[in-house]
Design a protein around this ligand. Sequence first.
Ligand code: CTP
Ligand code: MG
Length: 408
Amino acid sequence: MTLQPVPDTAIIVVAAGSGTRLGADAPKALVGIDERTILRHALDGVFSAAPMQVVVVAPAGYEGVAETVLHAAAGDRADLGRVVTGGDTRQGSVARGLAALWGDVSTVLVHDAARALTPAALIDAVARAVRDGGADAGVIPALPVVDTLKRVEAADVVDAVDRSALASAQTPQGFRREPLEAAYAVALAAGAEYTDDAALYAAAGHPVRHIPGSERAFKITVPADLERARHLLAGAPAARTPPPPSSSGLPRIGVGTDVHAFGGEGNLWLAGLEWPGEQPLSGHSDGDAVAHAIVDALLAAAGLGDIGEHFGTAHPEYAGAHADVFLARTRELLGAAGFVIGNVSVQFQGNRPRFSPRRAEAERALSAALGGAPVAVAATTTDGLGFPGRGEGVAVTAVALVVPYPGR
Ligand code: CTP
Ligand code: MG
């Protein structure tokens, strides 16, 4: 057995956040991008960089899962990795990671697991820039700001901001260990929370420089970021290659149905509306059978598979999502495949809710989520027959017409 040299560099991968803004039903780091989680992708990058100690800061209660992911990503570098439990804030989580560093480590990188697609070359570049810097060097990757920025007060634009003087910060951020630990101790004693490690380090009087960041080091924060990561990994706007729209240029139709049982807590969500006081429908998302039937009809019309493929349990970011999210994403998928939505017709079967008082409102909400395509919703009871008639649940059928873009 050959003994590996003990590395002088460590990376703390903070993965203990809950991912409130992503809104999945699992901690963000454990949400799948493809068949691999955010944490796994982040660690794949880390273990493709030069060997260094790897401290994964995991959500409390998920240390075992993180351990498994770490081992799978580490390959023959498993000895370099360990998992510690996170704190209540990101800063608290970094502090837990710092406490787990080996004695020989003199350069520390702090990295967000949420920046899952960060290239290994960026990790190496930050580590190198710290080692090449002074005794208290701090280094962050940053990208130029591309948007035009304004200073605002309430509804007023009060000033233009010179964006050439601004950069947007990424991770990993790299520091010398001793000044970083000292700066953390000072922040802890003062009860001060900083937006990132570089700010905490600079507040202790140390210099921080920036090197060019990477577009791929963006942070997965909201569902659209997760989609961006998926598209980057798939290398194409839609994961599945759609069939070519008919050479005739004729419109295409699709049909979708959905059935949900009544059950669960809270209010009913149906046809994109919340129905206070009505019994909810159970399901992976909000149980909105009208929205789900429409999604299937649209996907079928475009030959893009079905709702389970694009929004099922493999996509926990859609758990609890409402119709507007599903329908807007479906419209994007269709757009990427070369289709615009013609119109949608929906037939609802069930005793409750009574649709007629809110029909126009439902049609407006659904249509808005589909970019303005007309949506018609009809509702009927089943004369007491079957499960809808017994009040056990609802059944919905939708038909959609889609039109290939001219010239496709
Ligand atoms: N993080 C952490 N411990 C915390 C909070 C955040 O380790 N108590 C980590 C996250 O796991 C993430 C990184 O810090 O990798 C950046 O934080 P952010 O993107 O804000 O993630 P979350 O806090 O999980 O998301 P949200 O703010 O939407 O809840
Ligand atoms: Mg956060």
